[in-house]
Design a binder for this molecule. Structure first.
Ligand SMILES: Cc1cc2nc3c(=O)[nH]c(=O)nc-3n(C[C@H](O)[C@H](O)[C@H](O)COP(=O)(O)OP(=O)(O)OC[C@H]3O[C@@H](n4cnc5c(N)ncnc54)[C@H](O)[C@@H]3O)c2cc1C
Length: 523
């Protein structure tokens, strides 16, 4: 009997498991595929290592949300490229999104003007970002469900800044309107692309605080691990195993039954018992495999969020280094038109492995990942021929658009693969291939978000379908909230061995096979 079984070996699942294991609980992670990672996973082709989804880890420096995870499990600091910023390519101008706040203040005044209206708008954004990034690092948790939650949230925000919580009920579009900046197309264009990329929403819909955190995400620090996500997972899983944790791959969980103290978890290949279970999969998957009371508790959320799901298209290129020459940043975000809806190339992210990173690409070469958002319906109900054609076209479109930054990109590519919602559905099991959690709005975020604890003793949910939402930083924060809740409940056990982990290098390779992303012919 394990203390805790974790279903799903994505970042949220393995982070939760590693925290619990580091605190002396016995854990097992059950992952459906041949290797962990999920939407933050990787695949290999011809000597290149590509990131399937997430390319940048957020706030993994010392004191950050991700940094706290590494410290908690006794892992060393993240090795890799810590981005000094990246470049936004708007239709009519380029803007450098510096990580350094003073450099960013100078750059934004240069790019968008320095009127009193601009200063007042940026002042509000800076204040919200500073207070709520700090609250996240202190482990703030929503939705509030008990007086203890209220006290904890108030402490994380700090009494002096508590009044800023009122911004949760407002949007970024309201803030731009109050500052009379709605006609500033370049500014609104930049903010819209950052909001879509981070909280999958629009300036009109995203709650203001979530949007402010998304817009300022690079200030928290973006890093690409050496070897990309493959390198990151080698270290994370290595450390988890070193702590005594058990990762079982190729274990699609079919059913979770029982009650606290005596859960039975059935996979295709085996069955095990655990006192508690964490479902680190999206709510719709958790509902399908969990006990009936969980399905009942989740049903209103799943119904509500059905139309707030989105997908992604990604292109993976293995190219000679000369094709990505001439730029001083390795990451770029591109907007083609202020007028067209975002997605399908109009807002896309280009991520290139670092020059020194020979774990991501053979010497003299680079791994390039391009991604954009898309609607799911456009990829459904297609014949095999229609699907293949749309996929090829989407891939060619993204590469052509990325040539604004790198004119020769992909001309002599050694690898060229395209992923669509169908690919993500197969790779991560996410229904319809929806990735990244829900498009955040005031109706489904924060106090309205899917909670980690649905009131079923011994059963928790974690991952980008729960608060605080999407991305690696959200998964790390969610894992902390769930692990702390479990540890509070585990306190009754007098035999519980409490130990702090020894620090180690985040470098040990896990014994996992490469999970293959479907090839062009199969995808
Ligand atoms: C194209 C793209 C780009 C992105 N870029 C970034 C970025 O740059 N930075 C960032 O921070 N975030 C980014 N994200 C978002 C980030 O990748 C995700 O939010 C995060 O990885 C989600 O992790 P998770 O653990 O919640 O879920 P998942 O990654 O989906 O993990 C769930 C795991 O559960 C497994 N599973 C499912 N069903 C079962 C079952 N029945 N039994 C056992 N296992 C099961 C799946 O195989 C999967 O491994 C990006 C996402 C995409 C798609």
């Amino acid at each position: 009997m394990y203390d805790v079984a974790i279903v799903g070996g994505g970042l949220a699942g393995v982070a939760t498991a590693a925290r619990l294991q580091a605190r002396g609980l016995s854990t097992v992670v059950l992952e459906a595929h041949g290797q962990p990672g999920g939407c933050a996973g990787s695949f290999r082709r011809r000597g290149f290592a590509f990131d399937v989804g997430a390319t940048t880890l957020v706030d993994f420096g010392p004191g950050g949300v991700g940094g706290e995870l590494l410290r908690e499990i006794g892992a060393a600091e993240l090795e890799g490229e810590h981005l000094p910023g990246y470049r936004a390519w708007l239709p009519d101008r380029r803007v450098t999104l510096h990580r350094d706040p003073s450099a960013w203040a100078v750059e934004r005044a240069r790019a968008f003007g320095d009127t009193p209206a601009h200063r007042s708008f940026w002042g509000l954004l800076d204040r919200l970002a500073s207070v709520f990034w700090r609250a996240s690092r202190r482990g703030a948790a929503l939705p509030l469900r008990s007086p203890a939650d209220v006290v904890r949230a108030a402490r994380s925000v700090g009494l002096r800044d508590l009044g800023l919580a009122r911004h949760m009920g407002r949007t970024m579009a309201d803030a731009l309107k109050s500052a009379r900046l709605t006609d500033d197309r370049p500014l609104c264009g930049l903010l819209a692309m950052l909001v879509e990329d981070t909280v999958h929403s629009t300036l009109a819909d995203a709650p203001r605080i979530n949007a402010a955190l998304g817009i300022t995400i690079r200030g928290a620090g973006l890093s690409r691990a050496r070897g990309g996500m493959r390198g990151f997972w080698a270290g994370l899983v290595g450390r988890y195993r070193e702590l005594g944790g058990e990762l079982r791959v190729g274990r699609a969980v079919e059913r979770v039954e029982g009650r606290e103290g005596a859960f039975r978890v059935t996979t295709r290949r085996d069955r095990l018992e655990a006192a508690r279970v964490v479902l680190a999969v999206p709510p719709a998957l958790a509902s399908a495999i969990g006990p009936p009371e969980l399905a009942e508790a989740l049903a209103p959320y799943i119904r509500r969020d059905a139309s707030a799901m989105g997908g992604a298209i990604a292109v993976f290129l293995g190219v000679p280094e000369r094709e990505v020459a001439g730029q001083d940043f390795t990451h770029h975000q591109l907007l083609q038109s202020y007028d067209r809806p975002l997605g399908n190339g109009n807002n896309m992210f280009v991520s290139v492995s670092a020059h020194v990173d020979t774990e991501s690409a053979p010497a003299g070469h680079r791994a390039v990942m391009i991604s954009t958002h898309c609607e799911l319906a456009a990829w459904e109900g297609l014949s095999p021929e229609a699907y293949a054609g749309r996929r090829r076209e989407a891939g060619e479109n993204l590469v052509a658009l990325a040539r604004r930054v790198y004119p020769d990109l992909g001309r002599e590519a050694l690898v060229c693969e395209v992923a669509t919602p169908r690919t993500y559905e197969r790779f991560t099991r996410r229904p319809r291939g929806a990735v990244g959690g829900v498009r955040l709005s005031r109706a489904n975020a924060n106090q309205e978000a899917v909670p980690h604890d649905l009131g079923i003793p011994g059963l928790w949910l974690v991952g980008d379908g729960t608060w605080p939402g999407l991305g690696t930083v959200a998964c790390c924060l969610g894992s902390r909230i769930v692990a702390e809740a479990i540890l509070r409940r585990a306190d009754w056990d007098p035999a519980r061995r409490r130990r702090r982990p020894d620090r180690c290098r985040l470098a040990q390779a896990p014994e996992t096979s490469d999970r293959r992303i479907p090839s062009s012919s199969a995808g």
